[in-house]
Write a new protein. Sequence first.
Length: 267
Amino acid sequence: MKNEGIKCQSELASDEKAVSALYQNAAVADQYIQARFVLAWQQLLHETQVQSLRQSIQLFKPDSILEIAPGPARLSTELIDIRNGTMLEYSQEMIDVARARLKERELLNRWTIVHGNAFEPKDCPGPFNFIYTFRFIRHFDDDDRMRLYAAIHSRLKPGGILMFDVVNSTYNMQDRPASAAKRSDALSVFDVGYTVKEFHDEMNTAGFEVLNMYPVVRHCRLQSWISSKLYDIAPGFSRRVVRIIEAIPSQSPLEWIAVCRRMDKRK
C-alpha cells in the first residue's frame, strides 16, 4: 500500500542505506539525546513513550523482547524491569554509546546487543513475543517500510506485539513550526505521516492488527511554542504547563504510539 499523505523529498534520507549512514557518526551518537530531548514537549514525548512501553510490557508479560534500532539506549535505560532483552543496532557508534549508558545504569547484564541489520531477519532471528522500535520505521519510504515490516513479522511469534511511533500527517516533521525545531539539531531525514485510516490500512497489508493508538503531544504547536519561549527563563514552569495542556483532549496529536499484533495470515 502506497501512503499518499506525505511525499518523500529528494534531499531527505529515506532509504535503508541513506538513513543508516546518518547514524554511523560518533558525534551524532554521542549528542543524540541531548540534542533531541531538551525542550518540555520533547521530554513529554520521551516520558510518554517510556510509560507506554512499561504499561504494555506489564500487560502482555512477554518472555522475549527485542528493541530494534535502540540508538543510545534512550528508552531501554528507563525499562528497569526487563531482565533478558535483546537490542539490534546497525551503527557501531550508537552501540558504543548504548553500552556505556547501560553500564552506567547497571543494566548491561540484562541486554544482549547485536550488531546487525533490521532488514535482515538472519541477523537477529528470534522469535520474540514483543518488539519495539521508536524513531526508526517512520524514516523509510514505502518500499523499505514494507521490507522492514516483513522482517519484523518474521521475528515475531504468532500473536506477538509490535510497538512503535507513528507521525500524524497533520504534523509531519517537514511542516513543523520553526519553534519546534529549536535546539533539536535535526538530521535531514524523511518522516512519513499518516491519517488513522492510512495507518490501519498499511499495517493490515503488512500482516498486523492495530490494537491501539495512544496520542502524544496533543497540542503540538502550542506546546512547542511554550517550550521554546520558556526554555531559558523558566524550564520547570514550561514542563508543568506543557503537561497540563497534554491533558486536554485533541483529535490531532503530533504522534501516536501504536500497539499492533502479528496476524497469522496477511490480508
